[in-house]
Design a protein around this ligand. Structure first.
Ligand code: BG6
Length: 309
């Protein structure tokens, strides 16, 4: 994808390349060969690969790489809203903006520093943004690739506004799966969900793992902090750990909706599942000077591996 000469930044062990639009992307690598690529366009994670070089995040073959819209795939940062409401863009506007590298982020508490290679990105609300969302904020994202290949995203949102504001947030995460009908999610059993396909009506999930045989678009509320996506065919499990993100959106467009999306292949719903750590049901409120943190950690393990849910 990149076409410029790589420049190594020894301090953070990162490489900077550029996408087709000339927008910088930061490549993180670990010593075993895993990698992650994060774009300054929206702070979007465009790629996360394991030690074998296999891509773990889905990007549509029909994705449109044209600013200002974020491309369909990877992990996009949805703020100050997820979904659509009022005049704001669907899933918020920061995913469609150009962020900067934050060379001097405010310190994090030492328990919050994961190690590995990382990059700090920053988006500050602009005069233009204030016209349709009149609250000044700073959104910082630290994206880290740990020595074992885990991907960690830590977002910090600070109110630099004179009055409080409320928001919702999501990491819109497109996972690659081998075949959606062979996938199940564990950890959401008996949890309540709002069904976007039934006017957000509230239901309670059954006691079994979630499987897929038709379109799904749900917001699971007040979920456990660890859930797992098991890809039976590939014998691979994604473990999703989250903090500050009580809710989880599960989305697969299935056949009909796939065909209706211009930037999504007709059959691609079979190879993709969105499982988004989010704070949606109860919006977060920040008073002036306050900061909120939402952390997502993604791990991939062989399905035989046992972990505590
Ligand atoms: C999902 C939402 O996560 O994202 C769906 O729950 C939505 O309702 C989907 O259709 C895709 O949204 P977009 O804006 O990327 O087409």
């Amino acid at each position: 994808m990149g076409h410029s000469a790589p420049v190594w930044d020894c301090r953070a062990a990162t490489e900077i390349t550029q996408d087709w639009n000339g927008i910088d992307q930061v490549v993180l690598r670990n010593p075993k060969g895993a990698s992650a690529r994060i774009s300054l366009h929206g702070g979007q994670v465009c790629s996360w690969r394991n030690e074998q070089g296999e891509e773990l995040l889905f990007t549509s073959s029909k994705a449109i790489f044209k600013a200002p819209k974020a491309m369909r795939g990877g992990i996009s940062i949805c703020f100050p809203q997820f979904g659509s409401c009022g005049s704001l863009e669907q899933h918020g506007f920061v995913k469609n903006k150009i962020w900067t590298i934050d060379d001097n982020p405010p310190p994090m508490c030492s328990d919050d520093i994961e190690g590995g290679s990382f990059v700090d990105l920053l988006y500050r609300s602009s005069e233009e943004d204030l016209k349709f969302w009149p609250y000044s904020f700073e959104l910082r994202l630290r994206a880290s690739l740990l020595p074992d290949g885990d991907l960690v995203l830590r977002s910090r949102i600070r109110n630099v506004n004179g009055k409080p504001f409320g928001f919702s947030f999501a990491y819109h995460t497109h996972l690659v799966v081998s075949d959606i009908s062979e996938v199940r999610i564990e950890g959401l059993e008996t949890v309540d969900f709002l069904d976007n396909l039934c006017q957000k009506e509230r239901f309670t999930e059954q006691g079994d793992a979630i499987t897929f045989e038709s379109e799904v678009d749900r917001v699971y509320v007040s979920t456990p902090n660890v859930i797992a996506v098991l890809d039976h065919e590939r014998k691979r499990t994604y473990v999703i750990r989250k903090e500050g993100l009580p809710d989880v959106v599960v989305w697969n467009p299935w056949e009909k909706k796939s065909k209706a999306m211009v930037d999504f292949g007709d059959e691609e719903y079979k190879q993709m599942l969105c499982v988004n750590g989010a704070a949606l049901e109860r919006p977060i409120t920040l008073r002036p000077g306050e900061e909120w943190t939402g952390k997502l950690q993604l791990t991939v393990v062989p399905s035989s591996f046992s972990f505590d849910l």
